[in-house]
Design a protein around this ligand. Structure first.
Ligand code: ARG
Length: 260
């Protein structure tokens, strides 16, 4: 056997060993060499009050993440199952093996990376500030520790606002929708939340607008458990194909009007 062939077959044997190991690392379902929580299924945890990424319409889950996840599952030969949970319980649930992946317009942060793995990024987000149309807040510079800031609990908006203006300035809500509701009824002065959901909430509620100045830019990705490299690789392979064949762009365009 030539040296090259030997190396190749050694590599194959190692890969086989690794995939066998991955296949029996506790999870019960297996499809090819990818193991998932339930055989043949891809269980996605999300928080479906976050249009245009995930929301419920006519009893169905819809949105950019929902459609991309559907395509990923299809490519992996798995059936997509969606679990709608509190945003701040997604990472713990993925970590403990309750869900295969978290996909929820989730920002990649160094802190989260300590608990879960992140896929390649598939979208970018911006933290925006929503205020009442007649608000005295006209730019991010007007925010202070005296501002009543609403956020969705456990989101980057929550983390940054708490860091910058102090915990006592921040009111945490279960969903972005709840935060916007409180703003509409004058209970808080502003909501810090991702840009595209901000636009959707403003369109659905009268008397609100977003500040022109944005707060922070970030990247969205899918998170998976640290001990399931096989699943992460499968998701990344699918994402790569969906990016290069234009599927992701088409899905994003369907929900986000490029002028808006
Ligand atoms: N991008 C923000 C974060 O990762 C907010 C995401 C909220 N997503 C949701 N589906 N509610 O913290």
């Amino acid at each position: 056997m030539s040296k090259f062939k030997k190396i190749v077959s050694l590599g194959l044997a190692m890969m086989l060993g690794v995939s066998l190991l991955a296949g029996c690392s506790g999870a019960s379902g297996k499809s090819g060499e990818v193991s998932t929580v339930q055989a043949g299924k891809l269980v996605m945890a999300t928080n479906a009050a976050f249009p245009p990424y995930e929301y419920v319409e006519g009893g169905n889950y819809e949105g950019i993440d929902v459609e991309i996840a559907g395509k990923i599952a299809e490519k992996m030969g798995l059936e997509l199952v969606i679990e709608d949970v509190d945003f701040d319980s997604i990472i713990a649930g993925v970590q403990s093996g309750k869900y295969d992946m978290g996909m929820a317009g989730m920002t990649v942060t160094d802190e989260r990376k300590q608990s879960v793995n992140f896929s390649e990024t598939y979208a970018t987000g911006i933290q925006a500030v929503i205020v009442a149309e007649d608000s005295s807040i006209t730019s991010v510079d007007d925010l202070s520790s005296d501002t009543k800031i609403g956020v969705q609990q456990g989101t980057t908006g929550d983390i940054y606002a708490s860091d910058d203006y102090g915990e006592s300035a921040v009111t945490r809500f279960k969903t972005g929708t709840d935060a916007v509701q409180a703003l509409s009824t004058g209970k808080i002065d502003c909501v810090i939340i991702d840009n595209e959901p901000a636009k959707a909430y403003i369109a659905a509620n009268e008397g609100l607008k977003a500040l022109e100045t944005t707060y922070v830019e970030e990247e969205y990705a899918i998170c998976t458990a640290k001990d399931n490299e096989g699943l992460l690789n499968g998701i990344n392979d699918a994402l790569k194909e969906l990016k290069s064949d234009g599927t992701i762009d088409a899905i994003v365009e369907k929900y986000i009007n490029s002028e808006g």
